[in-house]
Design a binder for this molecule. Sequence first.
Ligand code: NCN
Ligand code: DMD
Length: 339
Amino acid sequence: MTPEHARAHLNSLAKPPGSLGRLEDLAVRLCVVQQTLCPRATPRRCVLFAADHGVVTEGVSAWSSEVTRLMVSAIVSGGAASSVLAATTGTELRLIDVGVVGPGLPDGPVHRNRKVRAGSRNLALEPSLTVQEFHEAVAVGELEAVEAWRSGIVVVAAGEMGIGNTTAASCLTALLTKSPAEATVGPGAGASEEALARKRQIVADVVARGRPRLADDPETVIASMCGLEIAAIAGFHHRASALGLTVVLDGFVATAAALVADHLWPGVARSMIAAHQSAEPGHAVALAHLGLEPALDTWQMRLGEGTGALLVMPLLDAAAAIVARMATFDQVGIDTDGS
Ligand SMILES: O=C(O)c1ccc[n+]([C@@H]2O[C@H](COP(=O)([O-])O)[C@@H](O)[C@H]2O)c1
Ligand SMILES: Cc1cc2nc[nH]c2cc1C
């Protein structure tokens, strides 16, 4: 199924060609990703991965690490933005703790404790993860993708919660897109000008150290600036894509994980639909590198937590219904050759 094939089908439906605007682009993408003219947007699941980041001690975030643990509780108890959007869009929600500092919540229908370690190390001073830790976190994400597939899920999204993770995401985006640090660093969850200046310097230094070794030892270099939740999302994206699931891509941090997956296992972007363009500046850089166009590009969201992906789910319902259920010009008796 090529984009042209899907577009030709949409043009045969009872509407002026292209008149559903961006909804048609989304429908074409859904058909191409699923290789069918009967695409599906359900059943679906959003899996959030949470972890802490040692680099927070450098003053790169407006928030303290404790907020990660508190937001995990809020997500699990239903009061977070992701919980509300998942409930209103008919999307199952899971929260996997891959490395939040502090005691984990008990396992339950939403939450799972899969801590690899209590947060990543301070990437400004030392490698944030060993290759072994990186692999363990990737495996946690892969297992979640396999579970989704076994449960008959068709569409998945990965999201995250982790104070400090935009610093790791900025490093990975600069490294893997070969962009300067200034193009990939932004305020994250609201960093001050002072914090932003520190963040820029750290990202520039860390990427300069890693870049010369990337070709020879990609896993060591990626692990050295990666977060546990970012590694888990990379594994999730990779396995979900290999299993033929449709992957809805969330914001800047989830997309940094997609860059990691694409670097280690090229081709994952073929399964992806980019939900939105985050207000975080590095997101546009990462999406362009992956060759993905966001469905929502003026919404200025910058929360993470899978919220952009969740917001786009009802549009996927609409896109799938248009393709599969609209009548053709022929069926309604309109002659498109003549007048
Ligand atoms: O994914 C995004 O587009 C995004 C953009 C800005 C911030 N965030 C969220 O904010 C947190 C990280 O921000 P920070 O400033 O602490 O690095 C983390 O929990 C992310 O989910 C996420
Ligand atoms: C409150 C809060 C909620 C979040 N959700 C995702 N990232 C977040 C960052 C903060 C600070």
